[in-house]
Write a protein that binds this ligand. Structure first.
Ligand SMILES: [Zn+2]
Length: 282
């Protein structure tokens, strides 16, 4: 079995479906039609594990058994990888996409991640030829310089992009000007802790002051997607032919809806609803 395509799985961390829609990123949407999908998990680590099992955010189809859905969904890797005969059973026994790509299909496998919770010492770093935590959490453009492709062998890249993660800061922005939630203690803890969820206590109202701040945070996530669309323009220019790209998110983000903030220990539609766009440019 041989695969022809390079494959890039690009995860816009925390990017909510409706933030993506509001940003309407023209360049990313050159890949294909926007799909509304659902993440299997509400925060970064389990969600990335799931993605690396080859299971992209699901379409939540009714009247279909889970096993049947996995099988059907997995067949799409033939298109993604430019291969024939890829089936879900080939994931066995590792149930890990990098293992299959590297050991069975001869891929070079790489990960460039922004969030420390995915650092190279974590268990998701398995069967990667290289796996790097970026020096800053919010600089997808810096990843572009590290992409290399080999004419002899196809390459797989996982790119975990952090501009869309709280505090939704662009690379040039002075950290002292980053917004922070005040008056709601313990909600957004230190970024490195990657524990950014929580709910107001029962009966505790969200002050107007914070409402305006949360609206601003949501606007910043949309602005981050608009900014990233420009980075994708540069990315698409440097991709070799036969490269398939999937752009999605690992989970959404709450901006005060029903008393919730952030993501993680939250049971809410908006923490699972994510965008998915994929295709091959040429
Ligand atoms: Zn995340």
């Amino acid at each position: 079995m041989a695969a022809r395509n390079n494959y890039l799985l690009i995860v816009l961390d925390s990017c909510r479906f409706d933030s993506f829609v509001a940003a309407a990123p023209r360049t990313i949407l050159r890949l294909g039609a926007l799909e509304r999908r659902w993440s299997y998990a509400s925060w970064t680590a389990p969600s990335h594990y799931n993605l690396l099992m080859g299971l992209l955010p699901h379409a939540s189809p009714p009247h279909v058994h889970a096993s049947e859905y996995y099988k059907r969904d997995f067949v799409r890797y033939n298109q993604r990888l430019g291969a024939d005969g890829i089936e879900f059973k080939q994931l066995l026994p590792s149930l890990y996409l990098p293992t299959v790509l590297k050991q069975r299909l001869g891929y070079r496998t790489h990960a460039l991640v922004s969030l420390p919770v995915l650092n190279p010492a974590t268990p998701i770093n398995r069967d990667f030829d290289s796996f790097a935590l970026m020096p800053t959490h919010n600089d997808m453009a810096a990843m572009l310089d590290r992409l290399t492709f080999d004419a002899e062998r196809p390459s797989f890249y996982l790119l975990n992009v952090g501009e869309t993660h709280y505090p939704f800061a662009l690379p040039g922005e002075d950290p002292s000007t980053w917004p922070h939630i005040s008056g709601v203690h313990g909600i957004f803890r230190h970024l490195d802790a990657e524990v950014v969820g929580g709910r107001l206590a029962e009966g505790e109202a969200l002050p107007d002051f914070d409402r305006a701040q949360l609206d601003r945070l949501r606007a910043r996530q949309i602005e981050a997607v608009c900014y990233l669309d420009g980075v994708f323009e540069r990315l698409f220019d440097l991709l070799p032919p036969h490269t398939y790209v999937t752009v999605t998110s690992d989970h959404g983000e709450l901006f005060g809806e029903d008393g919730y903030f952030g993501h993680g220990p939250i049971q809410h539609d908006k923490v699972y609803e994510v965008p998915l766009v994929e295709g091959q440019l040429r």
